[in-house]
Every structure is written in structure tokens, then in C-alpha cells.
Design a binder for this molecule. Structure first.
Ligand SMILES: Nc1ncnc2c1ncn2[C@@H]1O[C@H](COP(=O)(O)OP(=O)(O)OP(=O)(O)O)[C@@H](O)[C@H]1O
Length: 722
């Protein structure tokens, strides 16, 4: 039995396999290898490839994106209003409707029943009275009887009887028709709907014939959740009208006299609501910001006000329910553009403004101050700015920091970096000398106009100074001088300090700088940097909080006063990712410009002519007391240290521990034009202040004069310590 079943199954399987084989063979031979199929398949492949790699796709996608953005900019606000209403308001409205109905349903049922009974009674009584003809004949017949006119009375009675008979028949016919219609409806829809229709018709008749209930019967139980002017949290506003209403109520509660509240604009972080004041000044609103945060139930610092400079009565109120800069990321390690392809004449994107626009600052010839409490993000802001400048082909960065690590993260792209008092004074003296000599070089350099035109060959110099308050007095004096005369020479200073008081920053600085960046700082600093009236104009960095141990708070957020930025709107600088920034700096390093040899030589001569020595050892006094003499390699006189040259010598060693002088000079010439004509004596003069002289270096079996990198490095460290 088992064998037979197995044989049968195997037979079936064999037959099935034979059929599959036959179909597959036919498919392969007749279809897959047929010329028509091959031609169609080739055509389909080509078309798909052509479509996939069609160059028009990105253009089409871009167009579609733009159209969508344009449509959304118009349709977005009402759609989001509607969505907000449906999500947050509609369920409440429906529920309130249900409750409202449930409360009224018993009374309505009762009233409708009364109306229906009245209507039915009215229809029956009126029909019976009409059919009886009582209203038409009864009075007339009685009058004829009273007047003894029996013949007329008899004739009227006969006429009445005839008419009553006709009307009764008519009434019967109508009654039969009505019964038929109602039973027809009952047959079609059921008894209950038919009865309901009859009930409704009688109720309508009853409603028509019965007088309205007295006014006192109306209910007054409209539930009032809040008084008509009572403020409510902004989180409860889901449409533009509700947001405007919330702001209007809150401001009125705080005693601000408004003429009107403009159309609210929904933002990803909250609301932007313009208001028009009836009287007073915008400071009325600015002073109430803290109170508004409570009234509208916002996070601390969430309420901001920015008065309109062109219309004093108008103040734009921003209510941030969430962090407005959530998506602001550090710059990526690899930029899409070619390396060092920007210009310092461009506006550099360094962050974002609360309005959603990019924060784009022009740094050409612009001096700046960055003020902020410790932890507010000053150093990161300097790094972000320096990162942007190191991407410019026509600007070079110097980094001075007497207390911290400065712009070490960008070390590879920085031309000059100083951490010691002497080094910083030397760098500032160089910057000052450059600022002094460059305007006199304009004609020789073929530059039109009165300002230095930065190019890759003749770059602008931007000197970043962190912890300005810790500079020596001499350095501060030179910095102030650079602020006064550096603009035309395109030698600019960007200073960071924790306070703006005169003993730390100085009034002169706040006045001279065109760029003012105010991170979380004190009330007094805002007055000192921007002027006393600006607090009332909405410049409130004192309401920001610096980073704490466990939270970044408002670190990096700032009020920026600069060309193109005259309104008190909150901005945030891009955070710095140390790893990515260092990588970018490394990639940019070979493409970075350096201060041109002509400017350097002229500056050196200027410093030599001034004939002053570094502060501390200085013999100079007066305006340029602090301008110290640059090394003069061929003068034979003891010259102060040329730190830039020593830094370049160390960089020229690269990974080599020792080099012959001739190789070192070749590498120096490759690094900068300044060293193109240097001889071994020039190099020896440059290193003499470190008490170094060339030594015998043996390489490939030959002895020549040269230098050891470690020896140069140790000598420099010793000099800095000393
Ligand atoms: N734009 C930013 N976005 C996010 N976090 C930031 C931003 N800027 C700074 N921070 C964070 O804030 C903290 C303080 O930053 P930073 O050291 O730059 O402040 P600072 O004002 O220079 O402080 P200090 O005066 O103590 O040196 C750091 O943890 C930093 O990561």
C-alpha cells in the first residue's frame, strides 16, 4: 500500500516536473531569447538609465521645492491654525457641545412634546370646527331666529347642513390621504420615523400657534471659564487669533496701554506678535518682560521685545516656548566649497538669528568686542569667528590670549599665536606698526582709495584677543591705538572680556568698535557697551544665563550690534566642535595667506625708527611708548626677539630634528616671501636673542652648519619663562 502511494506520488511529481520543464523551456526559447523581447528589454534598460541619470531631476526637484515653499508660505499659517484648532480645540468644543446638549435634552423633549400636543389639538379642533361650519353659520342662524325670520333661518340651516356634509366628506378624504401618506412612510421608513415625522409636524404647528415662552424662561447658565480680560498661558493658544488674544490680555493685565495687537506669526519655537502702543515708550513693554513670562507661563528668558526703529509705537514681542536655536549645528568637518575660498569682504555666516535668518557678519576693517560672564560662550564665539576668517583667502588671523588656550583648536591655520606677556606685547606692537605704515604704502601697492585692499598676497590682519582685561597696560594701550587707526589698514582687533567696566575694558573700546557681541552679562555692561538707553530698547543680554556645570543654558546666545544688525534680536553663534574645527584648520593650513613682506618690512622700519624696546624693559614714553623695535637682523645691535621668525623656523623644521642652514633657509623661503632674501647671517641674527648660534650638523657623512630643532624650541621656552 505504502509502496503504491509512494509510486503514485512520485509519478505525479515527475509529471509536474515535466510540465514545469516544458513551460520553462518554452519561456526561455520563445520569449527570453526572442528578438522582440531582447529589443524591448534593451530599450527599457536604456530608458530607465536615461531617466535615472537625467540631469533635469535636480533642477525639477529644486523647482518643486521652491513651489512647495512658496505655496506653504501662504497656505502654511492657516493650515497650521486649522490643525492647531482641530488638535487642541475641536475635542473640547465637541465635548462641550455634548454636555450642552445633554443638559438641555430633557427640557427640549418636554417642550417639544407640549408643542406637538398643542399642535395636534389645534389641527383637530380647527378641522372639526371648519367641517361643522359653526363659525360661519351659527351666529347668523341665531340672529335670524331672534328676529323671527324663520324662513330665512330654515334656509340657512339647510345650507349649513349641506355645507357641513360637503366639508365632512372633504375632511374625511383629507384624513384618508393623510393616513395613507403616513402609513406609506411607516411602510417605507418604519413606524418610529413616521410617528416622529407626525410628531415633528404637530410640534412645528404647536410652536407656530403657541406663544413663545417668557424671557425669564431662558437659561443663563453660560459657563465662564475666565473673565473676559483674564490672561491665559500662551501654551493654550493654538491659532493666531488666540496667540494675539493671549498677548493682548497679558499686556493689558500688566498695565500696558495698547492700541492694537497685530497678526501673530507662528514660529518653530513659539510666537511672534507685533503690538502697537497707544502711549508711552517701548520700554514699558521691555520692562514688563519678566512679568509677561509669568503671565504667559513661559520659560525664563522666553519673552523678548524688539521695538521697531521706524515706528516707535510698534514693538515685536517674541515668546519662545522652546529653544529657538535647537537645530543650530557646528560647522561640518568638510565644507562643500573649495578650501579657503571665501573673502573677508564677504559677510561670514557664523550663526543664526531668532528670526530664522543666518547671522552673517562683515569683518573687513571692523573692530569688535565680545562681552560675557564666564561660561557665556565668549571663547567659543571667538573660535567660530576665527574659523570663518581662516576660510578667507585674504585675511590672516593672530591669536593672543594671556590666560587660556586661545584659538589653539585652529592652531594650524593661525599665523601668529602668543600666550606670554612679552609675546602679546610684541604682536600688538607689530599690529600697531602695520596699522601705521599700511596707509602710506597704498600708492606703491597700486591700491585705489584710502583703504588697504585685502588680497591673497596682501591680506587683512585680524587679531583675536581673549581675556583682554588680563593684558598688561602697555598691551592695552597698543590695542586702543590699533582700534583708533587700524580700520583703514585692515588691521582689526576682536577683543573678549568678562566685563565692560572702565578698569577692565575701557570706555574708549566700547565706543570705537563697530561690532558688539553681548553674551549673558551684567545690566551694567549693557549700559557701558551700548549706552544707557539701550536696555529700554530691548537689548537685554542680562536676561540670558551662562552655562552651568550641568547645562549649557544660553551659552553661545548673544545680542549682536553690528552693521546690518541694529535691532535687539537674539542670535546664537555656531557651537564649535573641536575635532572638526582642528581638521578644517589642518586642511586649510597650506592655503592660508601670510602678512605680505612689504608690510612687514615697512612695519619693522617703523618700529626701528621709533627706537623703543619692549615694555617692562622700555625706555620709551608717550603715545608710542609701547611700540617696541622689531629685530633688525643686519644692524649688529642687540635686537629683541622676532617671535614670528622663530615660530616660522620651528615650523620649517617640520618632522626633522636637525637641518643644515641652507635647507632651513630654503624651507623658510617656501613658507613666506619675507625670507626669500635671507642669508645664513640673517637667520643667525634672528636666533641670536635666544643666545643660539649655528652648530655643526652631520648628515649623509658630511658636516655643515645648521640648527637643532629641540635646541631652538628649548631656548624659546627659556626666553618666555625668563
Ligand atoms: N554656541 C554654543 N552653543 C552651545 N554651547 C556653547 C556655545 N558656545 C559655548 N558653549 C558652551 O558653553 C560653555 C562655555 O563656553 P566658553 O568656554 O566659550 O565660555 P567663556 O565665556 O569663554 O567662558 P570663560 O570666560 O570661563 O572662558 C562650554 O561648555 C561650551 O561648550
Amino acid at each position: 500500500m505504502v509502496a503504491r502511494v509512494r509510486a503514485t506520488l512520485l509519478g505525479w511529481l515527475g509529471a509536474f516536473g515535466a510540465v514545469i520543464d516544458a513551460v520553462t523551456g518554452w519561456w526561455v526559447e520563445r520569449v527570453l531569447f526572442s528578438p522582440a523581447y531582447l529589443a524591448i528589454a534593451g530599450w527599457v534598460r536604456e530608458t530607465v538609465a536615461a531617466l535615472r541619470f537625467w540631469r533635469g531631476w535636480p533642477v525639477l526637484a529644486d523647482r518643486a521645492r521652491r513651489v512647495w515653499r512658496a505655496v506653504w508660505s501662504v497656505a502654511g499659517p492657516p493650515v497650521r491654525d486649522a490643525a492647531g484648532w482641530l488638535r487642541h480645540r475641536a475635542p473640547g468644543v465637541v465635548w462641550r457641545g455634548v454636555c450642552w446638549f445633554a443638559r438641555r435634552a430633557p427640557r427640549w423633549t418636554w417642550r417639544t412634546t407640549v408643542y406637538a400636543l398643542c399642535g395636534a389639538w389645534w389641527v383637530v379642533s380647527r378641522t372639526v370646527r371648519w367641517a361643522s361650519g359653526h363659525a360661519s353659520y351659527a351666529r347668523l342662524v341665531r340672529q335670524m331666529d331672534d328676529e323671527q325670520r324663520h324662513g330665512t333661518a330654515k334656509r340657512l340651516r339647510e345650507e349649513w347642513a349641506r355645507m357641513a356634509a360637503v366639508r365632512s366628506v372633504l375632511m374625511l378624504i383629507v384624513a384618508v390621504v393623510v393616513v395613507l401618506v403616513v402609513s406609506g412612510i411607516a411602510g417605507k421608513l418604519g413606524n418610529l420615523p413616521a410617528a416622529s415625522i407626525m410628531f415633528g409636524v404637530f410640534a412645528l404647528v404647536g410652536r407656530g400657534v403657541r406663544p413663545q415662552p417668557a424671557e425669564g424662561d431662558h437659561d443663563h447658565e453660560l459657563i465662564v471659564h475666565s473673565g473676559p480680560d483674564e490672561p491665559f498661558p500662551i501654551a493654550d493658544a493654538h491659532t493666531r487669533a488666540e496667540a494675539a488674544d493671549a498677548v493682548s490680555r497679558a499686556l493689558r493685565t500688566e498695565g500696558v496701554d495698547l492700541r492694537l495687537v497685530g497678526e501673530a506669526v507662528r514660529q518653530s519655537w513659539g510666537w511672534e506678535v507685533p503690538v502697537i502702543l497707544r502711549r508711552g515708550t517701548p520700554s514699558q513693554v521691555v520692562d514688563k518682560l519678566a512679568a509677561l513670562e509669568t503671565t504667559l507661563d513661559l520659560p525664563a528668558g522666553g519673552a523678548m521685545a524688539s521695538p521697531d526703529r521706524t515706528r516707535r509705537a510698534r514693538v515685536v514681542i517674541r515668546l519662545a516656548e522652546r529653544d529657538p536655536f535647537t537645530g543650530l549645528q557646528a560647522a561640518p568637518a568638510h565644507a562643500a566649497r573649495p578650501l579657503v575660498s571665501r573673502s573677508i569682504t564677504d559677510r561670514l555666516h557664523v550663526g543664526s538669528v531668532i528670526t530664522g535668518e543666518p547671522l552673517a557678519l562683515g569683518l573687513l576693517g571692523v573692530h569688535g568686542v565680545v562681552i560675557g560672564d564666564t561660561g557665556s560662550g565668549k571663547s567659543s564665539t571667538l573660535a567660530t569667528l576665527a574659523d570663518a576668517v581662516t576660510d578667507c583667502a585674504d585675511a590672516t588671523v593672530w591669536d593672543l590670549d594671556p590666560a587660556g588656550t586661545g584659538l589653539d583648536v585652529l592652531a594650524d591655520s593661525i599665523e601668529r599665536s602668543e600666550r606670554t606677556r612679552a609675546g602679546i606685547e610684541d604682536a600688538l606692537a607689530d599690529a600697531l606698526a602695520l596699522a601705521e605704515v599700511r596707509p602710506h604704502l597704498l600708492r606703491d601697492m597700486g591700491m585705489q582709495g584710502r583703504e588697504w585692499v585685502p588680497t591673497r598676497e596682501h591680506p587683512a590682519v585680524i587679531v583675536f584677543v581673549d581675556e583682554y582685561s588680563r593684558l598688561s597696560n602697555a598691551a592695552k594701550e597698543m590695542a586702543v591705538e590699533v582700534l583708533r587707526i587700524g580700520r583703514k589698514a585692515r588691521v582689526s582687533l576682536l577683543l573678549a572680556a568678562t566685563e565692560a567696566t572702565s578698569d577692565t575694558l575701557g570706555d574708549a573700546i566700547a565706543d570705537t568698535t563697530a561690532l558688539k557681541i553681548l553674551h549673558a552679562c551684567r545690566h551694567a555692561d549693557v549700559r557701558l557697551v551700548l549706552g544707557p538707553s539701550m536696555l529700554g530698547e530691548g537689548w537685554r543680554p542680562d536676561r540670558l544665563n551662562p552655562a552651568s556645570a550641568d547645562s549649557p543654558e544660553d551659552a553661545g546666545s548673544a545680542y549682536v550690534y553690528a552693521p546690518h544688525y541694529r535691532d535687539p534680536v537674539l542670535s546664537k553663534f555656531r557651537p564649535v566642535s573641536d575635532e572638526d574645527t582642528a581638521q578644517r584648520a589642518r586642511q586649510r593650513a597650506p592655503h592660508r595667506p601670510r602678512v605680505d613682506a612689504v608690510s612687514i618690512e615697512a612695519a619693522r622700519k617703523r618700529r626701528a625708527a621709533n627706537g623703543f624696546s619692549p615694555s617692562g624693559n622700555g625706555s620709551g614714553s608717550g603715545r608710542h611708548r609701547a611700540v617696541i623695535a622689531l629685530p633688525s637682523p643686519r644692524s649688529g645691535e642687540p635686537a629683541p626677539l622676532d617671535r614670528m621668525a622663530v615660530a616660522d623656523v620651528l615650523a620649517a623644521f617640520g618632522d626633522d630634528e636637525r637641518l643644515w642652514t641652507v635647507d632651513l633657509l630654503a624651507r623658510l623661503a617656501g613658507r613666506h616671501d619675507r625670507y626669500a632674501d635671507w642669508t645664513p647671517e640673517d637667520l643667525a641674527d634672528a636666533l641670536r636673542p635666544l643666545k643660539l648660534s649655528p652648530a655643526q650638523i652631520k648628515q649623509d657623512g658630511r658636516n655643515r652648519q645648521g640648527y637643532h630643532r629641540q635646541v631652538v624650541s628649548d631656548a624659546l621656552s627659556a626666553q618666555e619663562r625668563g
